[in-house]
Design a protein around this ligand. Structure first.
Ligand SMILES: Nc1ncnc2c1ncn2[C@@H]1O[C@H](COP(=O)(O)OP(=O)(O)O)[C@@H](O)[C@H]1O
Ligand SMILES: [Mg+2]
Length: 370
């Protein structure tokens, strides 16, 4: 990553939490990627509701999806324009947009595996006048991988240290870890550990009509039900050896309902779910990265203070956010997709087979040229 000209990329990431469209403007012209500007774009309520419903659309109902594909692209373009305005840049200064897209289906484990993200690339290119690199997951799936997680290669590029064994944990809707050994001859590994915020969000929104448990206040007012926690942790996904990836299709309220019996208060369940996220993450680290020395968290979960306390309480390793490494925890994922577009443009590979299970390293994405 070094050249004299500025190399400006936009990364667009809208995760499974559907809390908004994250847009990050990144300069890759020096050895360390520089985050120049950020913008978090709200989904209009009606579209957010339709998107959530679209995840349950039967496979043959394509009209809704096609319309959403276009509407989503319009909102992505809007996010880019506001981002550029904040940064004082013009679209013509931008080399490419790395657009993750909004995931509607992620099915890496069926006979004909695929991962579907919407946010039409042709439309986004047309509206912004900027090249768009998108569809990052397909090439990895075609190479026999899970198509996820994809951020670990970026974590490796920016966070690996040659004297310290580090683990990066992204707590979005789902949580995923990247294990960065200090010995760079060792492979970087990583996988989805299980639920991040998704169950906590779903539970509080069902019972208190809030999108999330702000600061973990409800969880901290409750008491974890040890037997419920133990039952939840017995789920097969947690025992499955990596590579593995998961989503809201699996970890949702129906999944939870199957384990709740008897009277447990709303706050106690919130607390139990907070512990489920914390425990599944720390167990994954203890099992697959026992030599870890430092743990860094990114993603929306860093704002859940209770969750951060519980993570720290479960491990002797210091737990901090990626802020300590100079990268704001809210923007790591969007930066990763800017970086993946950069990788595509330089015809460099973007997946880590040791993470996704693919048979080889491949160049990820497709480019739609303006
Ligand atoms: N102040 C807060 N307190 C607790 N949780 C928060 C707070 N702010 C954000 N979050 C959590 O972060 C989530 C969004 O995280 P994010 O990394 O954007 O996930 P995704 O990648 O799935 O979009 C929200 O759904 C919420 O659960
Ligand atoms: Mg988000």
């Amino acid at each position: 990553m070094s050249s004299s000209q500025p190399e400006l990329y936009i990364g667009l990431m809208s995760g499974t939490s559907m809390d908004g469209i994250d847009a990050a403007l990144v300069d890759f012209s020096s050895t360390t990627p520089k985050l120049l500007s950020t913008h978090s774009h709200r989904w209009p309520d009606a579209i957010q509701r339709t998107l959530i419903a679209a995840r349950d659309v039967p496979d043959d109902e394509l009209d809704t999806l096609s319309a959403l594909d276009m509407q989503t692209a319009e909102l992505f373009a809007e996010a880019c324009f506001i981002l550029l305005e904040k940064a004082g840049h013009q679209p013509k200064n931008i080399t490419a947009i790395g657009n993750h897209g909004q995931t509607i289906r992620h099915r890496p484990d069926i006979e004909k595996p695929f991962s579907l993200q919407i946010g039409n690339a042709q439309k986004l290119t047309k509206l912004t006048g900027v090249d768009v690199v998108s569809d990052f997951r397909t090439a990895d799936i075609e190479a026999g991988g899970q198509g996820a997680p994809l951020a670990p290669a970026f974590h490796k590029a920016v966070f690996q240290h040659n004297d310290i064994n580090r683990v990066i944990v992204n707590i979005g809707g789902i949580s995923n870890i990247t294990i960065l050994p200090k010995d760079s001859n060792q492979p970087v590994t990583g996988f989805d550990c299980g639920p991040g915020n998704t169950l906590m969000d779903a539970w509080i929104s069902q019972h208190q009509q809030q999108n999330y448990d702000a600061d973990g206040a409800l969880a901290s007012s409750g008491k974890t039900d040890a037997s419920l926690l133990a039952r939840l942790l017995m789920d097969d996904y947690f025992q499955l050896a990596p590579p593995k990836s998961t989503g809201f299709e699996y970890f949702n309220l129906e999944w939870l309902d199957g384990s709740i019996d008897g009277e447990i208060s709303v706050a106690d369940i919130q607390s139990t779910l907070c512990d489920l996220t914390a425990t599944s993450i720390i167990r994954a680290i203890n099992q697959y990265a026992p030599d870890t020395e430092e743990i860094y968290i990114c993603g929306g979960g860093v704002h859940n203070k209770e969750l951060m306390h519980r993570l720290q309480a479960l491990t002797k390793n210091p737990v901090a956010t990626t802020e300590r490494l100079g990268v704001h925890p809210d923007w790591v994922e969007a930066m990763a997709f800017a970086w993946l577009a950069y990788q595509y443009n330089h015809q460099q590979t973007g997946n880590l087979p040791s993470v996704t299970g693919a048979s080889k390293k491949v160049i990820l994405g497709n480019k739609t040229t303006a």
